[in-house]
Design a protein around this ligand. Structure first.
Ligand code: P6P
Length: 321
């Protein structure tokens, strides 16, 4: 089974290959630390600091952010980084001649770390807009998802898997920790057109607009020919885990506008856009409930948006509102 970089050799330019090499190296370090959570270094629990969203940072959040940032700086191919954990975008001056910027959620779902539930790293890669040789500007990061050149996530779960696309299909690799490399397990993965899973936090049901309430009620009521339920609810509380299950089995994930999160909870640049890029590569699509996610023109680095993503038949059902 080909390794990650041997697979990418014929599919991506050398410079992009080096970006994935940095993601590979950093994710292997983070995976080892995640798998030791609770042992040795004190990495459980809150760090006592807040990120730009005003959310409690977990020790492993901050650790993962530092590991990925250092790997991107050393890659020589990434000139700028926007991270959920850092207020402003970072400029890697030593890489001023390089062409790629990356946006990342270093460890999504980190509240699950202390209860041993799957968590993940999510990333989106773009070509810079600012002139090569100079500093990055916010414009380099406020690009619509249509401009993305690659995206992916690393799921730290039963195994550590990297799911990514460079624009020619979606592929899944599994980390072999013994050999410190990722090996191809599924190539050109397609999301089932329909599914039986809807992933949404129903505690917010009363906040949902009428269309979404009707969709949830439709999922609760729908029966198959034999009278058994067509849909079931599954909500892990970790976007990467819910998305990955829906990608393989079919389903829809929704985080809508709520009273507590009027613009939605998930961030456009490093959660909704990369997941929408990936699902479109697999035959599904993502929206903010109205607009295709990748068409949205960002205005702020950490802006949030409502998020609907998954199998086309289920997306069509919720979007027909
Ligand atoms: P709630 C994790 O914090 C996250 O960003 C996603 O991974 C997850 O799907 C969602 O928030 C869970 O949020 O409000 O339902 O607990």
């Amino acid at each position: 089974m080909p390794t990650l970089l041997s697979f990418l050799e014929s599919r991506a330019p050398t410079e992009l290959n080096a970006v994935f090499g940095a993601i590979k190296d950093a994710s292997i370090i983070v995976s080892a630390e995640v798998n030791r959570a609770g042992l040795g270094a004190d990495i459980y629990g809150a760090k006592g600091t807040e990120n730009v969203q005003g959310e409690q940072q977990h020790k492993l959040d901050v650790y993962a952010d530092e590991v990925f940032a250092e790997a991107f700086r050393k890659s020589g191919q990434i000139v700028g980084l926007a991270s959920e954990e850092v207020d402003d975008a970072l400029f890697f001056e030593e890489n001023a001649e390089s062409d790629y910027v990356i946006m990342i959620d270093p460890l999504d779902g980190s509240s699950n770390i202390d209860v041993n539930v799957a968590i993940g790293t999510i990333f989106a890669i773009y070509k810079r807009r600012s002139p090569i040789g100079g500093p990055v500007s916010e414009d380099d990061f406020l690009q619509p998802g249509n401009e993305m050149v690659a995206a992916g996530y690393v799921s730290y779960s039963v195994s550590t898997q990297m799911v990514f696309s460079v624009g020619e299909g979606l592929h899944i690799f599994t980390l072999d920790p013994k050999h410190g490399d990722y090996h191809l397990v599924s190539e050109n993965v397609r999301i089932p057109s329909d599914g039986k899973v809807y992933s949404i936090n129903e505690v917010n049901y009363d906040d949902f607009d009428q269309n979404l309430q009707e969709f949830v009620q439709y999922c609760r009521d729908k029966r198959k020919g034999d009278g058994t339920r067509k849909y079931t609810g599954r909500y892990i509380g970790s976007l990467v885990a819910d998305f990955h299950r829906n990608l393989l089995k079919g389903g829809i994930y929704v985080y809508p506008s709520t009273v507590e999160a009027p613009k939605g909870k998930l961030r456009l640049l490093y959660e909704c856009n990369p997941m929408s890029f990936l699902v479109e590569q697999a035959g599904g699509y993502g929206t903010d409930g109205v607009t295709r996610t990748l068409d949205i023109v960002p205005t702020e680095l950490h802006q949030r948006c409502p998020f609907f993503v998954g199998s086309p038949v289920m997306m069509d059902e919720v979007m027909k509102g």
